[in-house]
Design a protein around this ligand. Structure first.
Ligand SMILES: *[C@@H]1O[C@H](CO)[C@@H](O)[C@H](O)[C@H]1NC(C)=O
Ligand SMILES: *[C@@H]1O[C@H](CO)[C@@H](O)[C@H](O)[C@H]1NC(C)=O
Length: 469
C-alpha cells in the first residue's frame, strides 16, 4: 500500500494498475482457507476471478490448490510447536503459488473443527496460540480472529453454500434460465467428519423446525429469505462414532480394552489412539453383519438424531467427506465419479466387509474398520435420519475441480470481509490524502474502484455473510 502500482500485469492478477478496474480483463486474486480437521490439516488455496455475468456472484473461484498434512492439530496436545510446524508446511505451499506482490493482499484463515472442539481444558487454546503466531508471520493478511475454532453451524451453512454454488443451484435452472433460489431446487448437504457430522438444507415448509427450533438459521441472499435447517452432531463423526459404538451403552466404564462383533475373532489392534487415550480393540466370536449392526444401530438410536421426513424421496441429497471416501473404498462409486446410490447398498457393502475373516498385516488402516464404518453409515442414514432402503443419495467429492467442503463458502466470506476491511481503511486514508496535495494511484483508489463494481451486486451477499457467525 502507498506504493505506486504497476499497470495491469501479464497474468491478469489484481489488475487495478492505473486506479481503474479494467473489467475487460480478467482480474484475479487469492484467498486461503486452512481447515484444521480432526484427522488432518488441509490447505485450500482458491484463485478467484471477476465474473461479469448478469446474474450471480461478482467473483467466482476458478481454481483450488489442495494440500493435506496428517495427523490433525488435535494430535499435538503438549507439543504445540509441532502443530505449528505442520501448518508451516502448508504455508510454504501457499507462498510458492501466490505471486509475491499479492501476498499482502491475500487474506488467510485457519479454522479448527470438531477435533479441537472436543479437546478438554485449555489444550486447544495452547495449540492455537502457536499456530496463530505462525499464520500471522506468513505475510498473508490475517483479519480479526483469523485463527480459531469454527462453530458447527457455520461449518454446516458454509458447506451447504459451497455445494449449491458449485451445482449452480442458486440463480439458474437446469436449462440455464435465470430463476430465483428456491427450496425445491436447492441441494441438501451432508458432511461426515472425524469428530462431527453436519446436515444442512432449505426445507419447503417451517414444519421441520417444530421439533428442533434451534436448528433454524435464517439468511438473506439474492433477495431471497432462506431459513436453513442445520445441525452439527458432535461426537457422531466417523472416528468419534467408532469409539461410541465400541464402548456401547456402558460408555467409559468398560475401560481401555474394547471387544466388538464388528471384527473377526482373531483380530487384535493393540494400540488405537482416539480421544487422547490409547485403546486396544479385539474381535469377537459373534462377528457378523447382524451383530455389528446391532451395536451401530444402538449407538445411533441413543444419539437422538432428528428424522428428515420431508427429504424422503428427494433426488438432491449430497454426501461428502467420509461419506464419499467410504463409498469409494467400498466400490459404491468410482474415483471422482458422482452418481446416486441407494441406502441399502451401504448395507450390502457392510455385509461384504463383515465377511472378511482375517487381515494380512499390511492392509490399509481403514480396511479392518470397514465392517463397522459401513454399518454405522447405514444406521445413520436409516435409523438416524430416517431414510428408507430405496432412498437415493449422491456421494460427492468435488465438482468442477473444486472440493465440496465448508472451505469454499468460507473463502467467499473471507474475500468479502477483506474488501470491506480495505474500504474502511480508505476512509482514514482519505484524510491523509487530502493533506498531501497529489499522489499517484495507490491501493486505496484501486480498491475503491473494485468496490464500486462489486457493490452493485454484492449488497445481498454482504447481508448474507453478515448473518453467518
Ligand atoms: C492471535 O493473536 C492475536 C494478536 O496477538 C490475538 O489478538 C488473538 O487473540 C490470538 N488468537 C488466538 C486464537 O490465540
Ligand atoms: C506519479 O507517477 C509518475 C509517472 O508514473 C511519476 O513521474 C511521478 O513522480 C509520480 N508522483 C508521485 C508523487 O509519486
Amino acid at each position: 500500500r502507498g506504493e505506486t502500482e504497476t499497470s495491469i500485469d501479464d497474468e491478469g492478477y489484481y489488475c487495478y494498475g492505473d486506479g481503474h478496474l479494467h473489467t475487460s480483463q480478467p482480474c484475479r486474486f487469492f484467498a486461503i482457507v486452512i481447515d484444521a480437521g480432526s484427522t488432518g490439516t488441509r490447505l485450500q488455496l482458491f484463485r478467484f476471478v471477476h465474473s461479469t455475468t448478469a446474474r450471480g456472484l461478482p467473483f467466482h473461484a476458478e481454481e483450488e490448490t489442495f494440500h493435506e498434512v496428517k495427523p490433525g492439530l488435535s494430535s499435538f496436545v503438549g507439543r504445540p510447536h509441532e502443530a505449528a510446524a505442520s501448518v508451516q508446511e502448508l504455508l510454504a505451499t501457499a507462498i510458492s503459488i501466490v505471486p509475491l506482490k499479492l501476498r499482502g493482499r491475500t487474506p488467510i484463515v485457519l479454522k479448527a473443527t470438531a477435533g479441537l472442539r472436543l479437546l478438554p481444558g485449555d489444550a486447544a487454546q495452547r495449540i492455537l496460540e502457536y499456530v496463530n503466531t505462525t499464520v500471522r508471520s506468513s505475510g498473508f493478511v490475517c483479519l480479526n480472529n483469523c485463527v480459531g475454532i469454527l462453530d458447527g453451524t457455520d461449518e454446516g451453512v458454509f458447506s451447504w453454500f459451497t455445494l449449491n454454488l458449485l451445482l449452480a443451484r442458486f440463480y439458474h435452472d437446469s436449462k440455464g434460465n435465470e430463476v430465483d433460489p428456491s427450496p425445491a431446487r436447492s441441494a441438501a448437504a451432508f458432511d461426515l467428519g472425524g469428530g462431527s457430522t453436519q446436515v444442512t438444507y432449505w426445507p419447503s415448509s417451517g414444519a421441520m423446525f417444530d421439533a428442533h427450533p434451534s436448528y433454524r438459521h435464517d439468511i438473506d441472499f439474492f433477495q431471497s429469505h432462506m431459513h436453513l435447517y442445520t445441525h452439527s452432531y458432535l461426537g457422531l463423526g466417523l472416528q468419534s462414532a467408532r469409539l461410541g459404538v465400541l464402548q456401547g451403552a456402558k460408555g467409559e466404564k468398560e475401560g481401555l480394552e474394547l471387544e466388538s462383533p464388528c471384527f473377526p475373532p482373531s483380530f487384535v489392534l493393540p494400540k488405537w489412539e482416539q480421544a487422547l487415550k490409547e485403546w486396544s480393540v479385539r474381535g469377537s466370536p459373534e462377528y457378523s453383519l447382524r451383530a455389528c449392526q446391532q451395536t451401530t444401530t444402538d449407538f445411533v438410536r441413543r444419539s437422538e438424531i432428528g428424522k428428515l421426513t420431508d427429504l424422503r424421496g428427494s433426488s438432491h441429497l449430497y454426501f461428502f467427506s467420509y461419506f464419499y471416501e467410504r463409498a469409494r473404498q467400498a466400490g459404491l462409486v468410482g474415483e471422482g465419479e458422482t452418481k446416486a446410490v441407494r441406502v441399502k447398498q451401504w448395507r450390502d457393502a457392510a455385509e461384504k466387509a463383515c465377511s472378511t475373516s482375517s487381515f494380512p498385516s499390511d492392509v490399509p488402516h481403514w480396511l479392518p474398520w470397514a465392517c463397522l464404518d459401513l454399518s454405522y453409515i447405514h444406521a445413520l442414514l436409516k435409523d438416524g435420519y430416517g431414510f428408507d432402503d430405496d432412498q437415493e443419495i449422491i456421494p460427492v467429492n468435488s465438482i468442477s475441480g473444486m472440493g465440496v467442503s465448508w472451505a469454499l463458502g468460507s473463502a467467499y466470506s473471507l474475500v468479502d470481509e477483506f474488501h470491506r476491511e480495505l474500504a474502511l481503511e480508505d476512509i482514514e486514508d482519505d484524510v491523509i490524502r487530502d493533506q498531501r496535495s497529489s499522489v499517484n494511484a495507490t491501493g486505496v483508489e484501486l480498491v475503491d474502484s473494485f468496490l464500486t463494481v462489486l457493490s452493485q451486486k454484492t449488497t445481498d451477499v454482504l447481508a448474507y455473510f453478515n448473518l453467518v457467525s
